[in-house]
Each structure stands twice: as C-alpha cells, then as structure tokens.
Design a binder for this molecule. Structure first.
Ligand code: NIG
Ligand code: FE
Length: 415
C-alpha cells in the first residue's frame, strides 16, 4: 500500500454523469489531497494528512512542489500503427486539393497502406512503440490503436499482431486497446465490389481474429469513397452477432454514419464534423458516445465537431486525437482538446471528462477514468496550483508525473 501526494488539488471526476453538459462547480476538488493505492487500484482519495493518520503503514511517495492531480488521460481513437509519411498530402490539401480528391487519385489512405505493407512486423513494432512513448510523456495511460492500413487478411493480421506485441511489451506503462479497421477503404488491389470486400473480411479475416483473440472491437469508415451506410450495416450486423463491439468513423464529410451507429448499437461514433441538427437529435436519444477528433479538423483545416450542441442535446462526449499520418498528424491530445474547448465553448469539466471517464466509457471500460475507490490508479499531475491552468496553457504546460496502476513512470521511461 502506498500514499501518493500531497497534491495542491486532486480533481477526482468522481460521480459525474456520463451524458450531458457539465459545469465546473460540479467537479470534486480535494485541496491538499492524496491518493492511496493498493495492488494497482485506488483504495481511497482524500486529505493528505488525514490519509497519513489513517494509514500509517502506507509507504509514502511524496511529490515536490505545487501540483494538480487528475485521472490518467485516455486517447480513445488513434491510428498510430503505420509506416511512412503523408507530408505531400498535407501540402497538396493546403494547395487546394480535398482529402477525398487525393484519395480518389490513389494517394491518401492507400499510400499509407503501401508503406505499411512494405514494413516488417519488427519495423512496425518499433515505430508504434516510439509513438506510444510520446503518448506516455503526455500523460496518456490508455490508448486505442486501430489496424486499417493492411486491408487484406495477412496484412491486417500483421497490424493487429503488432498492436498486441506493443501492448504486451508496455503493460507497465500504458494499456493498449486494439480495434480492427480492415473496413477502412476497399483496397485498390481487391477485385470485387465494396460489399464483396466486406464479405471477404467476415469470412476470411474474422475467424483468425477470433482464433488469436486479436481484438474485441471492429470499426468501419462510413463515407463517400469508403463504405456507404447500407452495405456497412450488413457488415456491422454480422460482426455484432459474433460478439464484437462496434465503433464507426461517421459524419466526417457527409452524414449517414451517426444514424447507422444508433441503428446498430455502436459504442461510439467518431468524427461528426458534418453532423447537423437531425444527427444530433438522433444521437441524443441513444447511448452511442460521440467522439470529437479535433486533430483531424486541425489537420484538414475544417470545422470542429459540434461538441457544444451535442452536450446541450444531452449526449455524452469524448475527445480523442485520431493520430494518423493523413488527416491528423499532430498527435497531441491535450492541445487539441483545449483548442476544441475554446472554439466550442466547453467548460473545463466537459473537456476533462471527455479525456477521462467519458473516454473510458467510449471504449467500454468501467474500471478507469476517475480517481475513486476501486478504479485503476492511473494518475497524471501537472505543475500548477489550479486545475484550470491545464487547459489555459493549451497543452504547453507539460505533465510533471504519470502513475500507471500506481507505479510512477521513471523519467527514462518517459523519455
Ligand atoms: O479518422 N477518415 C478515415 N480515417 C482516418 C484517416 C486515415 C488516414 O487518412 O490515413 C481518420 O481521419
Ligand atoms: Fe480515425
């Protein structure tokens, strides 16, 4: 048993609703607080001195200087398993070409597929591990990682195995949640229709995924130039019957994906930059978690998801980085979330909830995301005395310390 602290403030995020708008006065803030940890879980959170008196046997892990502690951040949507760069796409977009034009001309996702297929499993593992280490430095203690740059049985399995290899090697520092996005686009070398490609995935890929227990989650890109809602529905219903969780890339450039997410009972629908009043209303009557991806808006130079309207309509909201080589090369979640908050007029409580317990909910994880008894002791601290400083600095205030399951990440594992 150990006692971590004293923190100037502990922001617990405890007992807040999963859905709807939040005000900062709903936040539980413990001044001069400590976190008591046993076996990687939080046993108690409270006043530092009171915890010391109550648990004299606990080993003390004292922090230096002023600091604000909050739950470890959760990035619920990334594509960080990839090889190659798409700097040329970025430049071409800024020169007037659209994301979908570039994709139709054979660039975009397909160019990353070619680079990722060429990379060996070892090389891909090295690249993914490097990116994971960067996330850890920024206070992320759980990250979702998608496949989707393999787009045939062998190469999708290579990606999922890579993600699992990194996951096993990093269990002390970060939890990886893998998602199969083999339905990202129809690959150029597949001879057949979009529907037959999805059927091929169900028949040829899914049995291997099941046999090797490579993931519990499937994703699809529902968009013009990717997969239309009708054929996506057939695919998702089959996948759901096999017991997998669903998530959807939806309403990025055109609508249809969010409605489908509600119809098939997906856990989340991510992007939503194109969602309007109808989509928001439909989502608000469901339990699907909307996930805003401000890094994609910044990378593409387009509108942010209507986060304010989604919350006001009663939806939940998670914010994730979407870190990928194409639409979202930036990769720094806290900066992106702070910018989304400033543009969409989100309270600090709404942004921090979207990076912690609401992000955990988007991944179906009930064991993390708040600092309260029984949750994983995933904690991040920032060098300040008021939690509002964290978003105010828009990501330039760097985390001071990160604990994963109660273990302090050493400066070397943070480098
Ligand atoms: O979430 N929109 C589809 N997929 C990714 C982009 C992938 C890529 O461009 O490589 C996204 O934005
Ligand atoms: Fe994405």
């Amino acid at each position: 048993m150990k006692l971590i602290g004293p923190f100037t403030q502990v922001l617990t995020l405890h007992q807040l609703p999963l859905k709807g708008s939040l005000k900062d006065d709903q936040l539980e803030i413990i001044p001069d607080g400590g976190v008591l940890v046993r076996g990687g879980e939080i046993q108690s959170v409270g006043n530092w001195k009171a915890l010391r008196r109550q648990y004299p046997e606990a080993k003390m892990e004292e922090v230096d200087g002023p600091s604000v502690a909050m739950p470890g951040l959760i990035d619920a949507h990334t594509h960080i398993c990839f090889a190659g760069s798409r700097a040329m796409d970025y430049a071409a977009r800024n020169d007037g070409k659209s994301y979908l034009d570039i994709q139709q001309a054979g660039g975009g996702i397909w160019s990353t597929v070619q680079h990722t297929r060429e990379a060996s499993l070892d090389e891909l593992t090295r690249l993914t591990t490097q990116r994971i280490q960067r996330l850890n430095e920024h206070g992320i203690t759980t990250v979702e990682v998608k496949s989707g740059y393999g787009l045939n049985v062998e190469e999708e399995l290579k990606m999922l195995r890579c993600i699992n290899t990194v996951k096993e090697a990093n269990t002390a520092n970060i939890d990886l949640i893998s998602t199969c996005l083999a339905a990202h686009i129809k690959p150029k070398d597949f001879e057949g229709t979009h529907a037959t490609y999805l059927q091929y995935l169900v028949e040829e890929l899914v049995p291997h995924v099941q046999a090797e227990k490579l993931t519990t989650r499937f994703d699809i890109f529902v968009e013009e130039g990717a997969f239309d809602p009708m054929i996506s529905k057939v695919y998702l219903e089959q996948i759901k019957l096999l017991g997998f969780d669903l998530t959807i890339h939806g309403d990025q450039f055109s609508t249809g994906g969010s409605r489908l997410a509600v119809e098939v009972g997906a856990r989340s629908v991510d992007h939503l930059e194109a969602s309007g009043a109808q989509e928001i209303e439909f989502l608000s009557k469901s339990d699907v978690v909307p996930v805003a991806l401000p890094g994609a808006s910044l990378g593409l130079g387009c509108a942010f998801a209507p986060a304010r309207k989604l919350l006001d309509a009663g939806c939940s909201l998670a914010i994730a980085s979407d870190w990928n080589p194409g639409s979202a090369p930036h990769g720094e979640l806290l900066t992106q979330a702070a910018l989304l908050g400033a543009h969409q007029k989100l309270s600090s409580a709404e942004v921090i909830a979207a990076l912690t317990f609401r992000a955990a909910h988007a991944l179906g994880l009930g064991d993390r995301g708040s600092l309260s008894a029984g949750k994983l002791a995933d904690v991040v601290s920032f060098p300040c005395t008021d939690y509002r400083e964290v978003l105010y600095h828009q990501g330039s205030l760097k985390v001071s310390q990160v604990w994963k399951r109660g273990g302090l990440l050493s400066p070397t594992s943070k480098s």
